[in-house]
Design a protein around this ligand. Sequence first.
Ligand code: UD1
Ligand code: UDP
Length: 382
Amino acid sequence: MTMTKPPTKKPKILLIFGTRPEAIKLFPVVQALAARDRLETLSCVTAQHREMLDQVLKIADIQPDFDLDLMKSNQSLDDLTARLLTGIGRILDETKPQRVVVQGDTATAMCGALAAYYRQIPVSHVEAGLRSYNIYHPWPEEVNRKIIGTIADQHFAPTQTSADALKKENIAEKDIYITGNTVIDALLISADKNSHTSVLDPDLVNLYKKFSDRKIIGVTSHRRENLGDGLTNIASALRAIAERDDVALIFPVHLNPNVRAIMQGALGGLDNVAMIEPLDYPNFVSLLNHCNFMLTDSGGVQEEAPALGKPVLVMRDTTERPEGIEAGTAKLVGTERDIILKEAIRLLDDEDHYLAMARAHNPFGDGKASLRIADIIENSLA
Ligand code: UD1
Ligand code: UDP
């Protein structure tokens, strides 16, 4: 689908995104840039994700100028990458933007940067400088963001730690800007009831009621490097946690069919485990606020939980977001069943430990990252 706007003489910015987390973290940037009269702001969605992307577009009221609609069920990395590169290339040839903006570390972001580089179009990278220093954890994101970092000439680092990582890679200091993470902007916008059209899902509210005498644990899990043994261990840990009669799990399950098959097999039929469809962002923020703690392997949730003072057990061996761990709200627990179980039980039974983790911190920003980013982009093109 292509919707062409009438041409203007203004510098043209093209934002390229394709998955749920990119859309959540870029919608505040789209809004901030679109408010600048001196710029023409266009967005191209690849739809690497379809339904999960559309949920965000809807609540953020974004109508993309270009939609490549390229998701396929159970897509492989090489096929996805090839289709992204050629699809984005076509849009760049058609629009000829002065600058491209990508976010994070997905295949869409990497291909957006690479296709722009092939046409010598400068690239701004939102959420630059995250590093785990392990190219297989998270996979393939660590390499994606290194590729983008090599190409970009504006690096919007969320924190001092991510800015320092870029400096160590000899990126020029003048090209690195500490802006905060735009996820905090998204979180604050979505907490403001008037700024989105979504209302709380009655099914979610019914689950809160059904489980009102239990401690609710929110769960998400989807990482590609965990498909197979990692996810099987995670599912087994969740099943063991659910044996307690004082807990309930609310688990919006990622639409990846490989994730769903494992989770359905291990957890289907348990009365206190609600495996539900992905929630739109305001409803997921409600779950974050409502739960006792989160069990997750998600990147974004590691940033949101500290801002809300919600303990989060991170089911990964490494993280590129050490700030949440340093703040004391997040803890790395890996993907071994017994360790996940032990750490969950500790949070459930040891109140002092729980309270020590349940403190709000904002290491990832103040909610004004998008405005800073829009200022920097606008000034660089003026
Ligand atoms: C992708 C990103 C990952 C990011 C994650 C966020 C890459 C390589 N991976 O991983 O960095 O953390 O998104 O969730 O860029 N599906 C649907 N509908 C949807 C979304 C996904 O049916 O709305 C299914 C499809 O069968 C699709 C599969 O999930 O083929 C996998 O999607 P894909 O984007 O390739 O990988 P993710 O694991 O989601
Ligand atoms: N999220 C959501 N609905 C859900 C699960 C997650 O809106 O059902 C949000 C969550 O708040 C976070 C983002 O999606 O902002 C994380 O996306 P995901 O876990 O898919 O990707 P990652 O952050 O690991 O790249």
